[in-house]
Design a protein around this ligand. Structure first.
Ligand code: NAD
Ligand code: ZN
Ligand code: ZN
Length: 386
């Protein structure tokens, strides 16, 4: 089959590799009909999340069930399904009791552990996300092996197109998590850092959960424009204005009730910053996170879905303490939210496919990575069709 293979930073290519096969009675093989490139794939592409092994990238994918293992009875050949990006057994302490599917104790046997350090003790397995997260091949391919297929995949109605439901695999549940974690009571001012795909999904989710005012922050004018149109938000350009000052002026000097970091460690920065970070052993920068702590009000909540992969110097813990900030972060437990979010899509409460700017055949995936990474051609979200 054809698949997008990671070779080394900035080198991915569509290669011919062996078709996946059933390896366990709970597996299924899915024929991929649509798959998207995520900001998380860019961390791999840019070498911030490294791997010495080659593997198939891709964790946002859907398709048609081709084959199932003997213990899979909830889906069958021919069913159309979306697949959550965390690989979760559905039976362990974290999957069952905590509903924290990204912390699954069984899906990353080699590198799983309680530590959460840079190279040791990682969370549960993720599709297409390096050896440290289980070494599973991902879905930017014609076919993919889905472990625990009796637990993860969800059937989707034929009345909904691939574009309408594909983002249930990751970015909509991720954006929704960032808002759900903040326990809105209604009436809040929510500032979302990042008007990329995840940021815009967080903004849409903030409206669904009763926010009164939603403000999107980015440094790319075309993305700010997209957020205004697709998520009906007010916007601030962080390259031109001091976000904390602007938000305080909008909130009687207090700051936002909730700040979401949907940017992560690859925030834009100058060459000096990059050099200092590299010398200090930092993966990227925590600059946006610090901006969120500045912008949130006293007693407010900061949620972090943008990915951070190392320790960060100058982490402002004194500020978090003084302002009594609640902080919540992590990979999104997609399985926890996906059913209720599918209902929102079915009911027309929310539209997801208005962020797609590029639909390309899988054979043009390399080009897709390039324009998404370099923010060329007003690229916001690339969907690949195998
Ligand atoms: P993206 O790269 O398209 O979006 C990031 C946005 O941040 C861009 O629009 C960029 O212009 C903007 N930005 C850069 N520097 C900024 C700054 N200083 N201030 C404000 N905005 C700035 O990626 P995405 O697909 O939207 O993903 C966003 C983040 O979410 C990534 O870190 C990704 O890895 C992460 N993610 C996490 C989960 C999860 O489960 N937690 C799931 C999916 C994605
Ligand atoms: Zn993703
Ligand atoms: Zn589990």
């Amino acid at each position: 089959m054809k698949a997008l293979v990671y070779h080394k930073p900035k080198h991915v290519s569509v290669d011919t590799i062996p078709d996946p096969i059933i390896q366990d009675s709970r597996d299924a093989i899915i024929r991929v009909t649509a798959t998207a490139i995520c900001g998380s794939d860019l961390h791999i592409y840019n070498g911030l999340i490294p791997d010495k092994q080659k593997f198939v990238i891709g964790h946002e994918f859907m398709g048609v069930v081709e084959e199932t293992g003997t213990d899979v009875s909830n889906i069958k050949r021919g069913d159309r399904v979306v697949v959550p990006f965390p690989i979760s057994c559905g039976q362990c302490y974290f999957c069952q009791q905590q509903h924290l599917h990204t912390q699954c104790e069984n899906s990353n046997p080699e590198f799983y552990g309680p530590e959460g350090d840079i190279t040791k003790g990682k969370g549960g397995g993720l599709f297409g996300y390096t050896s440290l997260y289980g070494g599973y091949d991902g879905g930017q391919a014609e076919y993919v092996r889905v472990p625990y297929a009796d637990f993860g995949p969800r059937k989707v109605p034929d009345s909904l197109t691939d574009d309408q439901v594909l983002f249930l695999t990751d970015i909509f549940p991720t954006g929704y998590s960032s808002i759900d974690w903040a326990n809105l009571q209604g009436g809040e001012t929510v500032v979302v850092f990042g008007c990329g795909p995840v940021g815009i999904m967080a903004q849409k989710s903030a409206w669904l959960k009763g926010a009164e005012r939603v403000i999107g922050v980015d440094i790319q004018p075309y993305r700010l424009e997209k957020a205004r149109r697709a998520a009906n938000v007010e916007t601030i350009n962080a390259a031109e204005q001091d976000v904390a000052e602007v938000v305080r002026s909008m909130t009687e000097g207090r700051g936002a009730d909730v700040c979401v970091d949907a940017v992560g460690m690859e925030a834009d920065r100058d060459i000096l910053d990059k050099a200092l970070g590299t010398l200090g052993g930092q993966a990227g920068t925590a600059e946006v996170l610090e901006n969120a702590f500045n912008t949130v009000r006293r007693g407010g909540t900061v949620t972090v879905v943008g990915v951070y992969a190392s320790n960060y110097n100058q982490f402002p813990f004194g500020k978090i303490f003084d302002k009594a900030i609640t902080l919540k972060a992590g990979q999104a437990p997609v399985q926890r939210y996906i059913d209720q979010l599918l209902e929102h899509v079915k009911n027309g409460d929310v539209v997801l496919d208005d962020i797609i700017t590029h639909r390309l055949p899988l054979s043009e995936a390399e080009h897709g990575y390039k324009i998404f990474n370099e923010k060329k051609d007003d690229c916001l979200k690339v969907v690949l069709q195998p």
